[in-house]
Each structure stands twice: as structure tokens, then as C-alpha cells.
Design a binder for this molecule. Sequence first.
Ligand SMILES: Cc1cc2nc3c(=O)[nH]c(=O)nc-3n(C[C@H](O)[C@H](O)[C@H](O)COP(=O)(O)OP(=O)(O)OC[C@H]3O[C@@H](n4cnc5c(N)ncnc54)[C@H](O)[C@@H]3O)c2cc1C
Length: 439
Amino acid sequence: MTTFEAWSPWVAAPDPLHAPLSGAQRADVVIIGGGYVGLNTALNLRRHGVNVAVVEKDFCGAGASGRNAGHLTPTAGKDFPTLVQYFGEAKAIDFARFGERAVLHTENAINKYNITCDYKPTGNIIGGVHERQYAGLERMAALSSKLGIANQFLDEAEVRRRKLPPFVKFGVLEPHGGLMNPGKYLQALRRIAAENGVQIFEQSQVIDYKKQGGHMRVETEAGHIIADKVIVATNAYTPVTLGKKKHRVFPLRVTLFQTPVLTPAQREALQWPNEEGIYTGHHALENYRLTADGRLSGGSKFVQYAYGSQLAEGNRPDVFAQWKEVFARRFAHVPELEIETFWGGWIGMTLDFIPTLAREHDGRLIYAIGFNGHGIAQGTMFGSLLADMALGHQNADIGLFQRRALPLPPEPLRWLVVKGLSWFYDYQDRKVDRAIAGK
Ligand SMILES: Cc1cc2nc3c(=O)[nH]c(=O)nc-3n(C[C@H](O)[C@H](O)[C@H](O)COP(=O)(O)OP(=O)(O)OC[C@H]3O[C@@H](n4cnc5c(N)ncnc54)[C@H](O)[C@@H]3O)c2cc1C
């Protein structure tokens, strides 16, 4: 029997929670949203003695940061060739280098704060599952190598030498990064932030914020905070819970799953001794990994958009059935392998697959949203970038993310654009999957 988890197997609502915001409060900087972006920014601001408050609608980690697949990757944009196509070589290199530095920065943060999150620097492999993906992946590796980005092509011999699961025929290795327990990482940040004097208010949904005189005022049902600056770190939730930036970011529901702990016979049949993170070379990728407690976990591929950028329902037996079928095909060599638990979350997408960094009210209001399903490293790195921005410090990465981007249109056109793009990618991916099945 399979079960569905409303949050994820990585996190549960902490007990005790931090008290909700009530009455009139004061802070130098208020951060809305207690995920990687919000908590890392808060920690960096505290290091400069700033009085900082995080206001979170549920509990820190209730969003994507406590639900994700745990692949620490340098990926910036959709993939490297698309990044070059969208931004040109020079800027694509800057984004890709940012991704690589973001991985290193996250690894340093894990070490600096002594965080136990089962992190293993295994690297991640973009696995080609059919010849149809060969040219694209080979091009990605060649372009990366020409422009000095560390993506390395793995031919069939190398893939077999690594004893990767047989559905991986060739691939591209992203050597920077690896796998972690994302919930442990988030919960450690929550604890360390509180220990370092960050005021955390949980069960406190922000319903409004505005400029009031020379300050910002942030409102919840039960109270308000007056602050000099506000940072909005609500990623995929921004259009729904705040009614803002609908032209910049839209939520896509992504489903993940895990098996029971593998039996010794299953683990042996699986092979995959180095336990690298794997995602497939599809446009809407499949991701697979082993967990520290010996399960096989995976997901993505089938994503849902809900009209009006609402949060699409996650308990979808039809999607779970599709996943069971794909999973059984990919791991047919492992006996009696079954999915035990499904969960998921919403990723914040932008049209150019790069996060939105926007400043309003003379820099008193900053938005950092739209991490396109790659926010472990980038979101952690944004913690430094946003702290520098709020403090008025120089940081070359700020300019990198301030760009003219094509806005998303209002509904019903937005629905058509998102559905059209999903249909296009799905069509390409289905051709690959049909070719594998010999249809
Ligand atoms: C299923 C899934 C798999 C993923 N896999 C990976 C992966 O393997 N690797 C990777 O790098 N990235 C992955 N991601 C993406 C990554 O998890 C996100 O990019 C990252 O967690 C974003 O962090 P954040 O702080 O911006 O947002 P979040 O973690 O979503 O935090 C936003 C917070 O804001 C709160 N909030 C929302 N509205 C309000 C409001 N009005 N008032 C107060 N609080 C509010 C929410 O409750 C939430 O806690 C995945 C995401 C999902 C959903």
C-alpha cells in the first residue's frame, strides 16, 4: 500500500513551534518566508548585528526547502546549452560559475555550522536513457568544456564502469555537489538562526506589506512589524499567498516518492556503488537517488499547473499511477521494488529559468523568488547576496540577476503559455520514452 504525505518524509511540524507574530513589533529587516533563502539571509544579516525577523506562515521548512529531492547541484537555467542560447556565452558562463560557487558556498556553510544533513559530495549525473538524447548531452558537455564549465561527458563504457542502473546509457557528470537530506539541512538552519538571535515567528501568514513613512509595515492577522527593509522569500507561494509578482513567477506541483528500505538482495541487484545523484536527460526530468537510510527515492517528470497560479493539488492518484509505471520500467532489474510513500511540493518557475531579483521602494523592498527547482545551492548563496543587498554592500552577483526578463502574461494567456510549454516538452519526452519501449 502506498501513502501520501502532506509535507514530506524529511520534515514534520517542529514541537514546539516559534510563537506567532502578535501586537506591534520592530526589526531592522523583516524576511517573509522561512526556507533556505529566508533563513540563510537572516543568518548572514545577524553576523553583521542586524535585528532581523523571519515571518513564516506555517513552520520553517514547510515549503520546498523541507520537501525537495536533496540534489545539491550547480545547475543554472534549464540546462547549459539553453542558458547560452538565452543569454549569450559571456552571461551564461557567469550564471554557470555562480552555480558552481553556490555549491561550494553551501558545502562551506554545512561545514562552518557543523550541520549534520547526510551530505555526500557524490556529484550528479544527467543520464541519457536513449540514443535520441545523445547529441544533446554530448553538445552540453562539449560546450561546457569549451567555456570552462565542469560538465564531463560519460560514454557507455564509463557509465557501465560506474555500474549505474541499466536505463542510463551515457551521460554528463556534474562533479560539483551531491546529495543531502534537505529536511535536516533546513531544520539545522532554523535552529542555528534562532540560536544566533534571529526572531522567528511561525504560523504567521503575511497578508500585506507596504511603505509607511520612511519605513515598511508588514501585517499578519494578529500583529505587525515596522522595519527598515523587507525581503520577500516566498518563492512559488508569492502569487497565491501574497498576490504579488504573478508576471514573474508561477508554481508547478512536483511529485516525489520513496521505496521502503531496500533489502540486501534489492541493494545488490541495483548496483550503483557510488550512489551518484541521477536525473534523466528529459526536458521534464526524472530524478533518482539513494537515501542515507537505504531507500530509493525519485520523482519530478509529471508536473501540474493550476489556473491563476494557484497551488495545484498534490494528492493525485492518477499521477502516482503514472509514476509507478515509469519506476517499474526504469528499475525492472531490481526484484519486488515498490513505492511506499508519495509527497511533493511547488517549485517557483520563471520564464527564463533564472531567479527573479527585484528591488522596489528605493531598495526597502526586495524580492528573491523563482528558483526553478534548483534552489538548494542557489537559495543558500542568495542568503549572502540578499544580506549584502540589504546592507548596501558591494556584491557582483547582484548585477548578474538584475535583468530585463520577458513577463508572464495575465490569465487566461498565462495558462495557455504554461500549458503550451509543458505540452511541447512532454511531446519531446514522450518520443524518447516511446522509442525506449520500441513503439
Ligand atoms: C518536489 C521538489 C523537489 C525539488 N528538488 C530539488 C533538488 O533536488 N535540488 C535543488 O536544488 N532544488 C530542488 N527543489 C527546489 C528547492 O527546494 C527550492 O528552490 C528551494 O527550497 C526554495 O527555497 P525558498 O526559501 O526560496 O522557498 P521555500 O522553501 O518554498 O520557502 C518559502 C516559505 O515561505 C512561506 N510563505 C509563503 N507565503 C507566505 C506568507 N504569505 N507569509 C509568510 N510565509 C509565507 C512558505 O510557507 C515557505 O516556508 C525542489 C523543489 C520541490 C518542490
